[in-house]
Design a protein around this ligand. Structure first.
Ligand SMILES: [Zn+2]
Length: 138
């Protein structure tokens, strides 16, 4: 595999997000869920944005959902992604109801549609980092 030269995640709170990234390495998708109000939460936080409880836990989710919204990126903000343009930056709503900012891959960019059924794919880009993207359900 060619050396990965694009920017990697730089979590502001590595301890808080560690379960998410460790699960990604195992090719599992986990999200925080509030033990008090049962809402799913993404991105990871220290406090539930719905009821302010700090009793949050990571739980495995289906990894399946639908495109909620998307845009086609023709001119990436970072030149490191220029070779991939045009590509899809999307908000995917998981079956559990929580929304994730991600990329849609495995489909021509002009064929992506709202409500397209998608599933998580795991890209092991370095030994330390696995990135989560989504592709159409086959
Ligand atoms: Zn809550």
């Amino acid at each position: 595999m060619a050396e990965y030269r694009k920017p990697l995640p730089r979590p502001e709170n590595p301890e808080l997000t560690k379960p998410f990234w460790e699960a990604a390495k195992r090719h599992e998708l986990v999200m925080q869920r509030c033990k008090k109000c049962a809402n799913w939460i993404f991105y990871p936080r220290e406090q539930c944005p719905y009821c302010f409880s700090q009793e949050l836990e990571y739980r495995k989710v289906s990894g399946r959902g639908r495109v909620h919204s998307y845009t086609t990126v023709y001119q990436p903000a970072s030149p490191a992604f220029a070779d991939e343009a045009p590509y899809i930056f999307a908000s995917v709503q998981l079956d559990e109801g929580v929304r994730v900012a991600t990329n849609i891959i495995g489909i021509p960019h002009d064929q992506v549609k709202i409500d397209l059924e998608v599933e998580a794919v795991f890209e092991d880009v370095t030994p330390e980092w696995t990135l989560i993207k989504f592709k159409p359900v086959s």
